[in-house]
Write a protein that binds this ligand. Structure first.
Ligand code: PMP
Length: 415
């Protein structure tokens, strides 16, 4: 990485603490990342110097707050290479952005007999909005399956996406399998059949360079808190032509042009989709996270995480007590690694690792259909970010060995 990893770690005071008398190793980044001081400082600075409501004030603070908020939108625009800032809508996060598309575009377009195609690896937030829309509209929800090694099955995608398909909605990166899906190829496939494509970028934008125009996605949602920004803020990218034709998501202040007694007209983009007072400080913090990541460079972030995966994944895969999900080839794997230790419940693994200061997640990772598909109830999951090191990977390996010993499990082989 261009910047020194030790210098980077100094930007994250939260990492510098002991948990259960051990130095913290934070490997729960897929759930939420830690924030650098640049981001927390930007929140304090905003509240201490510029805080006011945006857009409707003529006083100086209102103008400064509006400038801060709109500058953040431009930062996000450039970060994902949207054609214009009006195509970036601030949301509460990925879930909110995906619900917005299902409730507006989906409501408008889907009719009885239409098909919506998602994949079996989707997070519930890119599944339930489409499932409920399909139920309501008497449409069919189809799932693209996986290849034997845990990647998205593109042959199945070519079968499932047909002229009946109106919407394809796919995770750019899986929060369980550690795969990066070929979203540009899926976009091409969807468009060939006259469908639109929605990308769930929650696990991609924080870790990889993302260019929404190169991907040719129609909508793309992501969360601030997984990319070092505050919670409660995220962004939805949408192509202008689609956003223009869609009805508003919520009604109220800020999103109107003119309100009459019996009807109303809507504000121009992106405000049509930003009803009520927004998370202004959150947007400022997200802008600051974008600055932080851009300074390091997303290609460097991805390369740093890949080096850890190249080091760690073969060791986990080689352990006969472990079942590792998703591709076993490190070149096909992101820094999200789901695994189980045979005979030990993943919650026990996570609790035992926490005793060693290593924070991982255990559960269904909001992907119950995927768990069922894989014949699992839950997994443990270690997920890495740019402040993690190979030493962190070693700490995980040592803590896992100690956990297995504690459960007296060393000799039992994984299925
Ligand atoms: N999609 C994926 C792939 C995710 O990993 C997550 C968060 N775990 C979400 C969507 C939902 O993100 P949020 O909770 O920030 O709305």
């Amino acid at each position: 990485m261009a910047a020194n990893i030790l210098d980077i770690r100094k930007n994250f005071p939260v990492l510098n603490q002991q948990v259960n008398d051990e130095q913290l190793v934070y490997l729960d980044n897929a759930a939420t990342a830690q924030r650098p001081t640049a981001v927390t400082d930007s929140l304090v600075h905003f509240y201490q110097t510029d805080n006011a409501n945006v857009h409707r004030g003529v006083h100086t603070l209102a103008e400064r707050a509006t400038e801060d908020y709109e500058n953040a939108r431009v930062k996000v625009q450039h970060f994902i290479n949207a054609a214009e800032s009006a195509e970036v809508i601030f949301t509460k996060g990925t879930t909110d952005g995906l619900n917005l598309v299902a409730s507006t575009y989906g409501e408008q377009v889907i009719q009885a007999g239409d098909e919506i195609v998602i994949s079996i690896m989707e997070h519930h937030s890119n599944l339930i909005p489409w499932q409920q829309l399909a139920i309501k509209k008497h449409a069919t929800l189809k799932y693209i399956g996986l290849t034997a090694d845990g990647e998205l099955d593109m042959a199945d995608a070519a079968d499932k996406i047909t002229d009946k398909t109106k919407i394809v909605a796919i995770a750019h990166a899986s929060n369980v399998l550690g795969t990066l899906n070929p979203l540009a190829d899926l976009a091409k496939l969807a468009h060939q059949h006259g469908a639109i494509i929605v990308g769930d970028g929650a696990q991609a934008v924080p870790h990889h360079p993302v260019d929404v125009q190169a991907l040719d996605v129609d909508f793309y949602a992501f969360s601030g808190h997984k990319m070092m920004g505050p919670t409660g803020i995220g962004a939805l990218y949408g192509k202008r032509a689609l956003l223009e034709q869609m009805p508003p998501y919520q009604f109220g202040g800020e999103m109107i042009d003119f309100v009459h007694q019996q009807d109303s007209t809507w504000a121009q983009l992106p405000y049509k989709f930003e009803a009520g007072t927004q998370n202004i400080a959150g947007a400022v913090g997200l802008g600051s996270a974008v600055d932080y990541l851009s300074d390091i460079g997303m290609a460097n972030v991805a390369a740093h995480e890949q080096a850890i995966v190249d080091y760690l994944l073969p060791k986990l895969v080689a352990d006969p007590d472990l079942a590792v999900y998703g591709p076993h080839d490190p070149a096909k794997h992101t820094g999200v690694i789901a695994f189980n230790v045979k005979g030990i419940h993943p919650h026990d693994i996570a609790t035992a690792l926490d005793m060693e200061g290593v924070a991982v997640r255990a559960g269904h990772h909001c992907a119950q259909p995927l768990m069922t598909y894989l014949g699992l109830v839950a997994t443990a999951r270690a997920s890495f970010y740019l402040y993690n090191t190979k030493q962190d990977a070693d700490r995980l390996l040592v803590a896992l060995a100690e956990t297995k010993e504690f459960f007296n499990h060393g000799a039992v082989k994984a299925e």
